[in-house]
Design a protein around this ligand. Structure first.
Ligand code: ADP
Length: 210
C-alpha cells in the first residue's frame, strides 16, 4: 500500500537522519515504528505523509511514485488518502473542538452538517468529554490528542499515520485508541504508529525499529 525504497533524508549537510532505508506498510495492517528519541521516527512519518521530500529514494503509494510529485498532487493525496495524528495534536486554536474534527472532511468537499453526527460519535467513542463548542486551548493534552485522532479517522483514510497517539493517555484510554487503530486496519487501511510504548508496539502486526 505505502512503501519507501532506498530512502535518504537529511535536514541539512551532515549525517542524514535516514539513509538508504526501505520498508513496506501493507493495507490491512498496523506497524509500530520504535526507536530512541531523535532517531528519525517523526521525520519518517513526515516523509510517508508527503510533508517532506526525500533527498534520495522514493515513496510509493500503491506502486505509484509520489515522493517528488508536484506540490498540488501531494496536497491532493494528503487530503484524499491520509489521516495524520501529529505528536502535538496540531489543532486549530481559532476553531471549536467539533470544527477541528470536521475540518478533514471539508478538505474533501463534504458539507459540515453531513459529517457532524459521525464527528460527535467519534468524540464520544474516545471519551472526549468536553462541550463540542469548546476551543482547543481549553482541553487537556490527552483530550487534544484524541480530538486529533477523531479528525484523522473521520474521513476513513486509506493510510493513517499517528505520532505517539497514546503518549498522554491512561491505560484504559490507550486500549480504546489501540483497538480503534486495529479496527481501522482491519477495514483495509495501512496504519503506521510511532510509539515508545512496548504494549502499543506489541499490539501492532509488525514492529520496525529505527
Ligand atoms: P524522533 O521522532 O525519533 O524523536 P525526529 O524525526 O524528530 O526523531 O528527529 C530526527 C533528527 O532530526 C533529530 O536529530 C532532530 O534533532 C532532527 N530534526 C528534526 N526536525 C528537524 C528540523 N525541522 N530541522 C532540523 N533538524 C531537525
Amino acid at each position: 500500500m505505502i512503501e519507501v525504497q532506498n530512502l535518504t533524508f537529511g535536514y541539512s549537510r551532515g549525517t542524514p537522519v535516514l539513509q538508504d532505508w526501505s520498508a513496506r506498510f501493507e493495507a490491512g495492517s498496523t506497524t509500530a515504528i520504535t526507536g530512541p528519541s531523535g532517531r528519525g521516527k517523526s521525520t519518517l512519518l513526515y516523509l510517508l505523509g508527503l510533508m517532506l521530500r526525500p533527498t534520495a529514494g522514493e515513496v510509493l503509494i500503491e506502486g505509484q511514485p509520489v515522493g517528488n510529485a508536484k506540490d498540488a498532487a501531494r496536497a491532493h493525496l494528503r487530503a484524499r488518502r491520509f489521516g495524520f495524528v501529529f505528536q502535538d495534536a496540531a489543532l486549530d486554536s481559532s476553531r471549536t473542538v467539533l470544527d477541528n474534527v470536521t475540518e478533514s472532511a471539508l478538505y474533501r468537499g463534504v458539507a459540515r452538517r453531513n459529517v457532524e453526527p459521525h464527528a460527535l460519535a467519534l468524540l464520544q467513542r474516545f471519551g472526549v468529554d468536553v462541550p463540542p463548542d469548546r476551543r482547543p486551548g481549553q482541553v487537556s493534552g490527552g483530550q487534544a490528542q484524541r480530538i486529533a485522532l477523531c479528525r484523522a479517522l473521520l474521513t476513513n483514510p486509506a493510510i493513517l499515520l499517528a505520532d505517539e497517539p497514546t503518549g498522554n493517555l491512561d491505560p484504559a484510554t490507550t486500549e480504546v485508541v489501540v483497538t480503534a487503530l486495529q479496527e481501522h486496519a482491519a477495514n483495509g487501511a495501512a496504519v503506521v504508529v510511532v510509539t515508545h510504548s512496548p504494549d502499543v508496539a506489541a499490539a501492532c502486526d509488525k514492529q520496525v525499529q529505527l
